[in-house]
Design a protein around this ligand. Structure first.
Ligand SMILES: [Zn+2]
Length: 237
């Protein structure tokens, strides 16, 4: 059986987390987030977990080889038997090189999904958010509200009437800087994966409802790995 392996990329604000959640359910695959994986490993207190904990406590970076070893281990867990989504890995070209070695050894062919977004949409959405400086309540548009009329948040807090402000993280120049940093980091990784011969798809994110985007990705997964995958099999039963 061909095990689906999705490598998911997407800038901040692209809805990557939402997609991972939706696809995990609809495709019945595991969601392997490297952040979660590192935390779980440290909590497990095994040899590798202790090494990682020591490294992080001393402010050091976890070497790529070590992360790759943990990924190798993680994708052999029972929940990954029907396929998995990699989220947050690989982040660098070196990690991509290690990962492709690992996947080749296991005869797993990944499908690379890059959630592309119009930066203007992300900036408009994030900079449209307001926060109450008194109680911290967040106001703003829902992730799908893109019309100008829906962008205007109320000017005062519903709870205490304080005048709402734009959070520092949501300021246009901060958002733009994060997006540029993402692009600098991700572009060479995607180029590496493409040149390694993996199927890479750009999927337009953020400006469409999450369910529509998820359906499109599911279709790409079925094209690549064949039908039925995971959940669709159980639905028929
Ligand atoms: Zn308030």
């Amino acid at each position: 059986m061909i095990r689906p392996c999705l490598i998911l990329f997407g800038p901040p604000g692209s809805g990557k987390g939402t997609q991972a959640k939706l696809l995990r359910q609809s495709l019945a695959v595991a969601h392997v987030s490297t952040g979660d994986m590192l935390r779980e490993r440290m909590n497990s207190g095994d040899g590798l977990g202790k090494e990682v904990a020591d490294l992080m406590q001393s402010g050091g970076l976890v070497p790529d080889e070590m992360v790759n070893l943990m990924v190798a281990d993680r994708i052999e867990q029972p929940d990954c038997a029907g396929g998995f989504i990699l989220d947050g890995f690989p982040r660098t070209v070196n990690q991509a090189r290690l990962l492709s070695g690992l996947l080749e050894a296991k005869r797993i062919e990944p499908l690379v999904i890059h959630l592309k977004v119009d930066y203007n949409v992300i900036i408009a959405r994030l900079s449209g958010r307001r926060q109450c400086p008194t109680c911290g309540a967040l106001y703003g548009v829902s992730s799908n509200a893109l019309k100008a009329s829906e962008m205007t948040a109320s000017e005062v807090c519903d709870y205490d009437g304080s005048r709402l402000v734009v959070r520092d993280d949501d300021r246009e120049e901060v958002v733009l800087e994060r997006l540029k940093a993402y692009e600098r980091q991700t572009t060479p990784v995607l180029e590496y994966l493409r040149s390694a011969g993996y199927t890479c798809w750009d999927v337009e994110g953020a400006s469409r409802p999450p369910q529509v985007i998820a359906k499109e990705i599911e279709e790409l997964v079925r094209q690549k790995y064949g039908n039925p995958v995971g959940a669709s099999e159980t639905k028929k039963a």
